[in-house]
Ligand binder design. Structure first.
Ligand code: ATP
Ligand code: MG
Length: 422
């Protein structure tokens, strides 16, 4: 037989036990919190028509230019593995007319995203996001409610050193003039900018403001700031939001150079940054996008949303929250008849969440006890020919080494009682 070893595609992150238990605890907290705020879950397609992302995220963004997993299917349609959730949620909002169901729609999602990036700590090609979107509410109260909710989530997970950075990107009324102003500033310093920023200057000069390239950073030190160019509506929106965050006791820093890599944002944009994460320090990000629903063929609808990077979040969550994963009891049969007697008890207990182990192979008492010890069980329950004759099983407490007898007639019940005691 020719053996081959097949491994995952490079950078596709998988979650194994016991880490997967920790993930589920955090996921449950997220669901409970969001459902408390009136959000409902969407479980959407992983594969979308490429056009959805090219249109919504923007042709001049990192994601669309170089990070998407795009391919032709068997009928030559261009499809893309979703690189983020918002575009799909908006697509679904329009496709299923979710706006007709209720005026305000609060939707959340949890699941994998795919981006062709260089794999490194905190950056993968398949990674997971916890995200949410609110449709139909233009008020800055909505921005504040969502940001306070995120801060509550991080607080509930006891995260420390996570800072909220906030900016306003203006709207159709004030951004175009600012963009032109910034463009002429950048034109004068064109030579100092990196290739990406030079190329994007015509379409999206704002991106130069938060480019990580040291030379670009230097070039934009004295660049005009959008905060000085906001129209009255955008300024009131931003000030209103800041005021509500203060009342709620959520700390934030205004960062007028925060732009974010996606084209669809209007007004509020934000990032939660964690010092402990090193270079990949954004744990969550999002903002307002009042034009996107309409751009993707729906009725004009204001919207606000965010996405949390699940892998990065888990790097910040204390690893002590791992739940106890040891089984409660090892059922130890010595011989075929004992195995036959224990099997129905084993499946009955497992069905009631009392995890037991049962070896289906005929192993010696010594080796089964050794295994039980390794598994860290509370009890070992031994049934061999002698016990079958006497009608009583031996129940060994693995911590205290005390042994007692349990009647074979009511073994299931007795084990259930023990399980509830521990
Ligand atoms: P970054 O600046 O780190 O590239 P981004 O701006 O591309 O982040 P978003 O598109 O806003 O990220 O996605 C929201 C969150 O998803 C990020 O804040 C981050 O926590 C997480 N994230 C983004 N890309 C990756 C990736 N390749 N691997 C793991 N997590 C990621
Ligand atoms: Mg990115």
């Amino acid at each position: 037989m020719k053996k081959i070893q097949i491994k995952t595609v490079k950078g596709f992150n998988e979650i194994l036990p016991p880490e997967s238990f920790r993930w589920r605890l955090v996921e449950d907290k997220f669901r409970n919190l969001l459902e408390g705020y009136g959000f409902a879950e969407l479980r959407l397609a992983l594969l979308e028509p490429t056009e959805l992302f090219a249109r919504s995220i923007g042709g001049e963004t990192d994601i669309v230019e170089k990070e998407m997993y795009t391919f032709l299917d068997r009928s030559d349609r261009s499809l893309t593995l979703r690189p983020e959730g918002t575009a799909s949620v908006v697509r679904a909002y329009n496709q299923y007319s979710l706006g007709k169901i209720s005026e305000i729609n609060k939707l959340y999602y949890i699941g994998p995203m795919f981006r062709y990036e260089r794999p490194q700590k905190g950056r993968y090609r398949q990674f997971n996001q916890l995200g949410a979107e609110v449709f139909g509410e233009a008020s800055f109260y909505q921005d504040a409610e969502t940001l306070v909710m995120l801060a509550q989530f991080f607080h509930a997970l006891s995260l420390k050193g996570v800072d909220l950075h906030l900016n306003s990107l203006g709207c159709e009324a004030c951004r175009p003039a600012f963009r032109d102003h910034l463009k002429s500033y950048l034109d004068e310093r064109k030579e100092a900018l990196c290739g990406d920023c030079q190329r994007r200057m015509a379409e999206n000069p704002l991106r130069a403001l938060d480019c990580k390239n040291p030379q670009c950073r230097e070039a934009v030190t004295d660049a005009p700031l959008i905060s000085d160019a906001l129209c009255d509506g955008c300024r009131q929106h931003f000030e209103g939001l800041c005021g509500l965050l203060e009342v709620a006791g959520v700390d934030y820093q205004v960062n007028p150079k925060l732009v974010r890599g996606l084209d669809y944002y209007t007004r509020t944009t934000f990032e939660f940054l964690a010092g402990d994460l090193g270079a990949q320090n954004a744990v969550a990000a999002g903002g307002r996008y009042d034009r996107l629903v309409e751009e993707l063929g729906g009725k004009a609808t204001p919207a606000f949303g965010f996405a949390i990077g699940f892998e990065r979040l888990m790097m910040l969550v204390d690893s002590e929250v791992t739940p106890l994963t040891s089984p409660f009891a090892a059922l130890i049969p010595l011989g075929e008849e004992a195995l036959r007697l224990l099997f129905p008890i084993h499946v009955e207990l497992n069905c009631r969440a009392a995890v037991t182990t049962l070896s289906f192979q005929q192993k010696s008492l010594k080796s089964q006890l050794k295994k039980a010890d390794k598994e860290g069980v509370m009890y070992a329950l031994i049934v061999g020919p002698d016990e079958l004759l006497s009608g009583e099983a031996i129940c060994r407490n693995m911590r205290t080494k005390e042994q007692s007898k349990l009647s074979l007639n009511r073994l299931g019940e007795a084990l259930r009682e023990l399980y509830h005691e521990c």
